[in-house]
Design a protein around this ligand. Structure first.
Ligand code: FBP
Length: 273
């Protein structure tokens, strides 16, 4: 079914996805600012906050998550979004590629996934291969009735070497990446914030009716981060997928309280800060 709005990853149509796949994508360096965050159980606990509508984990951590819930009789853990592909910073390739480590079947049947996620690097020399991988993911997700979230990150030679683009956060590039999600059958796209609210409007204009979430990015001040999230939601976005801006904070619950107000209760930044 297209657009399974009954999924627990949505609350009033919006989402806050706690992403914790950074050990794969960036390595342990991302845990240095807050060493507790290296322990998945610390982040699983953070995911129990009411604001979190899904926790995005690679297969190994997803297995650990289910075991943690079971051993500790946890019944209010965040819904699980299994990230099906990923790649490390150690790999040396001619261009970006993110191989698949998990099938939708394994994610749903063995891990009880509520949703799945896949990263597509449009613009890479390996774009065609990733389209094929995504086709399988999307069709399998439809069979199981779970939403598929596309980490839509255009990057690589086709973007870098095109003089019409100023990089992966160029609004034209971000909007194009989002549009691919719409046309390839994603239920939601997760896109880099291009920098300004009007740029996010351009993204929304490219994908009428499709759910969109802003990708958190590197850690910044509470105010700057909340402003970006607010501007995204006000421009029509459906929330946020965030990692470092949560788990690199000493008191992530405090920021989650504020994000909850912006994403699910339409509050202004000044009302929550
Ligand atoms: P952040 O909020 O920390 O940016 O996390 C979002 C995310 O998409 C993660 O899922 C992923 O690990 C990371 O960003 C990848 O970012 P990039 O490919 O730009 O290094």
């Amino acid at each position: 079914m297209r657009y399974n709005y009954e999924s627990p990853i949505y609350r009033n149509g919006n989402s806050l996805i706690l992403a914790y796949d950074h050990g794969t994508e960036h390595g342990p360096v991302d845990f240095e600012p807050m060493p507790e965050s290296s322990d998945p159980r610390h982040v699983f606990e953070v995911g129990r906050h009411d604001a979190v509508t899904a926790i995005a984990l690679q297969k190994g951590n997803a297995e650990y998550y289910r075991e943690w819930e079971h051993r500790n009789d946890i019944e209010d853990g965040a819904p699980l979004l299994v990230k099906l592909n990923g790649n490390s910073n150690l790999a040396e390739r001619d261009d970006y590629y993110s191989p698949k480590q998990c099938t939708v079947e394994y994610a749903v049947e063995e891990l009880g996934a509520d949703a799945v996620g896949y990263t597509l690097y449009a613009g890479s020399l390996h774009e065609d291969e990733m389209w094929e991988d995504f086709r399988e993911v999307q069709e399998e997700a439809r069979r199981y009735g779970v939403p598929v979230v596309l980490w839509s990150y255009p990057r690589g030679k086709g973007v870098q070497e095109n003089p019409e683009y100023s990089g992966q956060k160029d609004p034209d590039v971000v909007a194009y990446g989002a549009r691919l999600g719409l046309e390839l059958g994603a239920d939601m796209v997760k896109c880099k914030y291009p920098g300004e609210q009007e740029d996010w409007k351009q993204v929304e204009d490219a994908v009428p009716g499709l759910k969109t979430v802003m990708s958190g990015g590197s850690k910044r001040s509470d105010k700057d981060f909340l402003m970006d999230v607010h501007d995204t939601v006000e421009a029509g976005g459906n929330g946020l997928a965030v990692g470092r801006n949560i788990f690199q904070r000493e008191n992530p619950e405090e920021l989650l309280d504020k994000l909850e107000q912006l994403i699910f209760h339409d509050k202004e930044v000044e009302e929550v800060i």
